[in-house]
Design a protein around this ligand. Structure first.
Ligand code: SF4
Length: 232
């Protein structure tokens, strides 16, 4: 596998992260509170799948695992696109082995709209970048995309899912994705470890799971940090 949405976002935060993900993943330490946020985000995403009513989910796991079978998911997505399924969740696309799964695709008169679900009350810049990666891959797969939305958390249970139209901002980032996706591909595959001094990138926009390795301490407290976002 080349670059996924998650590895693109991680690589743009710090290229060393995706090198470690590929070559030394056992060094990763995911703090329990981060895992809780990841789980909450997944739960929110699962509920959002039904926000437009009946849907078809594309998730397929490799036998006996909870690892997504990306090729099977891509094939299943293609089948549903061909038959015009109205709402497709976890719709998978692959271009030159670069991969993304889109939370929700909703059919329109002219193609499909993209909905990326985030369990937060507001849209952050990195969510635009995240959606831009998905748009880039779907465009390379010749999907006709209309609008692109980030779905954020509503204020109460009467309005739990709030789509925010980010189409214009996302499309402006197309060339930025193109300029970086192949650079990150090369970095990920190189044999020598990426040399980068720890710095602000270790906490922004997401806290890095290799913090202990790069700072030579697994236990050091990270004081005075603002509330962290979680990449999902
Ligand atoms: S701890 Fe900092 S330097 Fe090390 S991989 Fe993470 S972001 Fe990069």
């Amino acid at each position: 596998m080349a670059i996924t949405k998650t590895s693109f976002m991680r690589g743009m935060q710090c290229p060393k992260m995706i090198w470690l993900d590929r070559h030394r993943p056992s060094l990763k330490v995911i703090p329990p509170e981060v895992q809780e946020r990841l789980d909450a985000g997944n739960e929110f995403g699962d509920k959002a799948m039904a926000m437009f009513g009946p849907y078809e989910e594309m998730t397929i796991y490799l036998p006996g695992t909870t690892i997504p079978d990306k090729k099977a998911m891509v094939a299943k997505t293609r089948e549903h696109l061909d038959k015009g399924t109205a709402v497709i969740c976890e719709a998978a696309f692959m271009s030159y082995n670069n991969y993304c799964a889109i939370d929700i695709l909703r059919k329109t008169d002219n193609g499909y709209d993209i909905y990326e679900v985030k369990n937060t009350p507001e849209v952050h810049e990195q969510y635009i970048e995240d959606a831009a990666f998905q748009y880039y891959i779907t465009d390379h797969c010749h999907l006709k995309v209309g609008k692109i939305f980030i779905v954020i958390r509503g204020e109460d249970e009467n309005e739990p899912f709030v789509p925010v139209d980010v189409t214009e901002e996302v499309k402006k980032k197309y060339n930025w994705i193109d300029n970086n996706i192949w650079r990150l591909n090369r970095i990920q595959k190189q044999s020598e470890e990426v040399e980068i001094e720890p710095g602000e990138q270790c906490n922004r926009p997401y806290e890095c799971w290799y913090y202990g390795y790069c700072h030579h301490t697994e236990t050091e407290e990270k004081n005075d940090q603002p509330e962290q976002l979680t990449l999902i």
